[in-house]
Design a protein around this ligand. Structure first.
Ligand code: SAM
Ligand code: FES
Length: 349
């Protein structure tokens, strides 16, 4: 099955189910995934400077610690100037991609977002700007694109309609989430999608639906991480996802999408001290250290026990560099766009 997945990039549903549910193939699966990432990306690991600029959100996703219904969350917003100074500091530390992430916060108008994006691009023309600010109308996405944004992260969360309804209130829909992803692709963004592993009520069939949806979407980036319980959400009684099943899915994704940018996520590092290193060894090739000011980091709490809360940006960068090297990989100072089979052919010539 692993050979077939490595060669064809696909398996039938029954085979995928076996691979997802069985731990006896883990070592071979990770080795095959690591070989696939090395064939395309070598030992390179791309870094993204994450700027969590607002934890206000109008949505009420049942799993998320910054959902509007969480009255215990202390809220903050960064000014455009503060966001720019995080990016400036990140540039000096060698970051060439900035990810502006936040809850869906109407305080930031499209004009404000566009002006922050174009300010970053004019100060740091060799950098990519990624937005991760949720579901918006087509026209807003188009305005961000025109302002210079290069990439957009929007996890689909789960591709199964009945599961989606168990994780979100009625005001949200899988149809709109998917509409956003297709709009973003249509406009020209490098799109990132993904899902949580071990989210409440998730079945293996749901995970297979996630993989099938990603095959349809063909995103440049795929972000997955374990669901982690947050004490102030309706899912407070549910157990977190496991490191093993998340790593298994990372490896399956690497074999299905050899060219994708796949992060070893902070959530993976939160459920296991060496989670991110193991994520790299399982096929991930991106890490996203935090560039948010330390004074606000403790408020961007999507889940309990989040790591890297007190470290200055420079410390985060140094710590990750050491971890990446110890795991046998190497951090690149580059925008880190996804490679394509086309580029590989040119390199071979
Ligand atoms: N508002 C934007 C959006 O909806 O895409 C970006 C911010 S949102 C907090 C980023 C991601 O955090 C979500 O896509 C979700 O998968 C993840 N997340 C939220 N709560 C989580 C939890 N309890 N455990 C793990 N991941 C979580
Ligand atoms: Fe909006 Fe989590 S509910 S970011």
């Amino acid at each position: 099955m692993i050979d077939k997945l490595a060669k064809c990039g696909d398996l039938n549903d029954e085979e995928l189910k076996t691979l997802i549910e069985t731990d006896s193939y883990d070592a071979e699966l990770r080795a095959a995934a690591d070989a696939a990432r090395r064939a395309v990306y070598g030992v390179d690991v791309y870094i993204r400077g994450l700027i969590e600029f607002t934890n206000y959100c109008k949505n009420d996703c049942y799993y998320c610690g910054i959902r509007c219904g969480n009255k215990n969350a202390e809220r903050y917003r960064l000014t455009p100037e503060r966001i720019l100074s995080c990016a400036d500091q990140g540039y000096d530390l060698g970051f060439r991609t900035f990810v502006l992430q936040g809850g869906e916060d109407p305080y930031y108008t499209d004009d404000m977002i566009c002006s922050v994006v174009s300010d970053i691009k004019s100060r740091h023309g060799d950098c990519a700007v990624t937005l991760s600010i949720g579901e918006k109308p087509y026209d807003s996405y188009e305005a961000y694109w025109r302002a210079g944004a290069d990439r957009y992260l929007l996890r689909h969360e789960t591709a199964a309609g009945d599961h989606y309804r168990k994780l979100h209130p009625d005001s949200m829909s899988l149809e709109n989430r998917k509409r956003c992803l297709w709009d973003l692709k249509d406009i020209g963004f490098q799109v990132g999608s993904g899902f949580m592993v071990g989210s409440p009520y998730q079945t293996t069939e749901n995970l297979i639906a996630d993989l099938r949806f990603l095959q349809e979407l063909q995103p440049a980036m795929i972000g997955i991480g374990p669901f982690i319980t947050h004490k102030d959400t309706p899912f407070r009684e549910f157990a977190s996802g496991t490191v093993e099943s998340t790593l298994r899915l990372v490896s399956i994704l690497r074999l299905m999408f050899p060219y994708a940018l796949i992060p070893a996520t902070t959530a993976l590092g939160t459920i296991a001290p060496d989670g991110r290193e193991r994520g790299l060894a399982a096929g991930a090739n991106v890490v996203m250290p935090n560039l948010s000011p330390t004074s606000v980091r403790k408020y961007y709490l999507l889940y309990d026990n989040k790591i890297c809360m007190g470290d200055e940006a420079a410390e985060c960068r140094r710590c990750l560099e050491a971890r990446v090297e110890l795991a046998g990989y190497r951090i690149m100072v580059a925008r880190g766009d996804a490679k394509t089979p086309d580029v590989m052919k040119r390199v071979a010539v």
